[in-house]
Write a protein that binds this ligand. Sequence first.
Ligand code: SF4
Ligand code: SF4
Length: 425
Amino acid sequence: MADYHEMWAGLGLDLKTHDMVLEIVGKAYQDIFLSQKNRPKGMSYFDFVVSEIHGLRIKEIMDAKAEGRKVIGTFCVFVPEELVLAVDAVCIGLCAGAELGFEEAEKYLPRNTCSLIKAAFGFKLAKVCPYIETTDLIVGENTCDGKKKAYESYKDIVGNLYVMDLPQMKSTEGRALLKAEYKRFAQKLEEISGKKITVESLKKGIEIANNKRKAINRMAALRSADPTPISGLDALLANQVFFYDDPVRFTGSVNAICDELEARNREGMGVAPKGSPRILLSGCPMAVPNWKVPYVIETSKAVIVGEEMCTGERGTQNLVNTKGNTVDELIDGIVDRYFQIDCAVFTPNPSRLEHIKKMVKEYKADGVIHYGLQFCQPYQMESKIVEKELEKAGVPTLLIETDYSQEDAGQLKTRIEAFVERIKS
Ligand code: SF4
Ligand code: SF4
């Protein structure tokens, strides 16, 4: 990687801490990803992306800013990238997956707040995230109570927060609220970018986002083969980079990997022996560099074949209808797609359970591991329903509750190994 210290200093990062973070992440990547056997060659693209995640990509974003383009940071898959692209802005995910700056974060948040929220505060307060510093607007959303209330203090820390209201029920009124909020957001984007959203620009935005989803869903579908052609770790990585990368380049790179995976499937070539226990992961999102649970699973003689998470199929399923003669009609198509996202903040939320069952079937999963972040009420509460229903349907299910620390890695390993044994027997 080139020397980007000047750029980072210009963004106000704490260079000493930031250097340390890059070193730790680089080492973890080496140990977790580069040590895997039989990886698809196309993954070298993602190796490069990760090695430059705070370098070249940030430089690209800074160049885009210099051209007058705006940068929009998001924390949730409910924020429609299509609208951001329609004003030629850059959309980047800001969720963080490491225990950093938590002590500082706890000056604003109760200790019993989930790691995802704490990391959003921690990364800003510890001055280690160049993405946050490049944003012109950060979009928060009213999903769980934790996020909703945390944004009240987050707005003072970041200074450029915009909060989007979201429905909690899949009702007619809920859909109307979502549409009204997307229209308000579109207006905000026009205001800060100085660009008007037109039928043409919105169709282009929809097409770019749809293509990105098609590519990642194509990769997902190829994992139904036995042996599976790509590890769960690598597939998760692609899903994580989905939120940072240039969307058109990302689409091309994922499609190139898919060509390779198709060839592997034809030849019966996989990353684990045929017949290896197949796990479906379900639950809270896993942001970079949160790789703990998948690493434990895939070093316990099992392979992950799908992710029912927002860093996975919950976030990428369904496309936006491109038909429409007005911006309003196109926004209707966007609302229709996003209203199907079955986040646990919705009540009731039966479609999520149906989706998990569908994924078990499609990806021929032998068991489900439900990943719940500690103090995440929506997913923890829903996990009990998921476990009961899946076990009733004969699908072995393991509920895991964890956080971003490494302290429970040994205990997780013991539980996951026992679960894999249960599946095998
Ligand atoms: S889990 Fe819910 S709140 Fe979190 S990113 Fe997904 S949709 Fe948004
Ligand atoms: S993991 Fe749970 S508690 Fe944390 S932000 Fe997401 S929904 Fe909220």
